[in-house]
Design a protein around this ligand. Sequence first.
Ligand code: AMP
Ligand code: ZN
Length: 665
Amino acid sequence: MDIQKTIQDLREELNQHNHNYYVLDTPTISDFEFDQKLKELQELEALHPEFFDDNSPTQRVGGSITKNFNTVVHDYRMYSLDNSYSKEDLIDWENRIQKMLGNVPLQYTCELKYDGASISITYENGRLQRAVTRGDGFQGDDVTTNIKTIKSIPLQLKGNYPERFDIRGEIILPFEGFEKMNQELIEIGETPYSNPRNTASGSLKLQDSALVAKRPLECLLYFIVGANLNIKTQFEGLEAARKWGFKVPKEAKLMASMEEVFDFINYWDTHRHNLPYETDGVVIKVNDFHQQDELGYTAKSPRWAIAYKFKAEQVSTVLDSISYQVGRTGSITPVANLKPVQLAGTIVKRASLHNADQIEKLDIRIGDTVFVEKGGEIIPKIIGVDFTKRNQHSQPTTYITHCPECNSELIRIEGEANHYCPNFYGCPPQIIGRIQHFISRKAMDIEGLGGETVALLFHNHLVKDYSDLYELTVKQILPLERMAQKSAENLVNGVQKSKEVPFDRVLYALGIRYVGETVAKKLAKHYKTIEALQNASLMDLILVDEIGEKIAQSVMEFFDNPENVKVIARLKQFGVQLELVEKFNPNATNKLESKTFVVSGVFEKFSRDELKKAIEDNGGKVGSTISAKTDFVVAGDNMGPAKLEKAQQLKVPIISEDDFLQMIN
Ligand code: AMP
Ligand code: ZN
């Protein structure tokens, strides 16, 4: 068989599955099958570097580091949009353009204004060439490597596309993915991102494209430019782009009059909250390209398009005070306490102020009248101060220098936005937060014990770290507020039962900074026991797959602390799982240790999966393509001719299933 063709077919197939999943939202194969195919392609490409293609779907996982983003001049300038805020503004705009065009009937394409970071992507002969940020409109940064990791962006186009063109769109982070990213950050004690837009635009400039690949970014396309496009209208352009494989939101509509444009605006003004991503308005574009040409551009924006901005739901109220919350990792978050006010259907009393820089930037002072807005975030935010109402005697806000809970002097690490309380072992909210994390569902999942009870136990001096939980008795906790015999028993039983929780979850429960669920699993699998992890050097840790320096450093710090070592010794003494218990398998041996097998063909005594499992159960590894690293090929009936040839060429021994059985028996 022709390897090049196999590779090409796999690439096309994977491209199509990406399209089905990320653009059409209708996957036709399981994630597992997709991963298998991707792996197959990766292995083939590794064996045949001569067929390398930087637009292969395997390149989507990222991994290359960009130190400096090159500046690139746009072939066609990227303009801004004029804004309008009322229907009168729009009627004025229509009158202006009608005057220039001579009162001809006009059609408009109405689109949503996606709130993210704009991007211009160049395609040549159907292949993605480069992607550039807007920059100042004349030139931007080349962020091609990062953009290629976004799976809704086609690397190879389909159908009948122009030879060369730029397509423009917005890189966005849908709410769901954004919330998920934040949830993960909160779980490992990091500060969550403040909004999807900044996170999306920040992602484009990350140096490590593998990090970009992990973010659930999307790209929504809205405009094509180029020479000899053979497209006559904006709407036609959108439909064509969709056919070539781009994600073009179906909300875009062709409208025959300004009346219809108003209908579109009215509809989305109320329905925009149901969209999966943020929008702050509607973009109205003259549909006909000839008319667009006639209208041309002002210094900053096209005359043929205008943005209509929805009124953000905004109110003003008085800032009563600022309080400072201390998180589980000691991170300080300032919170604005507001005079209660109605906003977007709820009563708002508090708003996030993020950090010291934010307070300084907005120059917020106690007693100020502030504007509060509800955007894509869950907690409303303060967007500015009504300076006309400022009291003459008001004083600038000075950020706290000491922890409001334990009075330790706060520290601020260079380059980080937040202040920290360094009193890890003496600061009550940090201690309580750590225990709350320890008992949480994804960690030790202790039944009968909730976050408030943890605080109660702490304040009554019954626990001072999570290992103390294991010594609690019914008699001790019964006197606590609202504690009945039954609930006290449940609590103690729940704690005892958590001794069965497997090592990887215990490791996550310890609350080591940056060690989330996935990292904990990786570390548990790699080190198998807490001692091994404890004894690992920084270098060892970094060498573990997907463990970076930041995580490794944090693990080192955790175990360098004698307090932690003591607590872990206690956990061990109480019988908490501090090593990986491999599931007992009576057939398991290590007879095949360090041997790699490739399985090909159909077998009599095993299914292929059973055979693969038997290899792994006996300590061997299963590869999917034959390479110099393969030790044996287990061949059944109908072994693929390409594999046979490869095995012979590399002199890899070919064995039957009976030979294999002899090896393990
Ligand atoms: P502004 O940044 O306010 O000047 O608005 C212009 C920007 O809106 C463009 O650079 C695009 O990034 C963005 N935008 C979002 N959605 C659209 C859309 N449907 N059509 C054109 N531009 C859009
Ligand atoms: Zn403190």
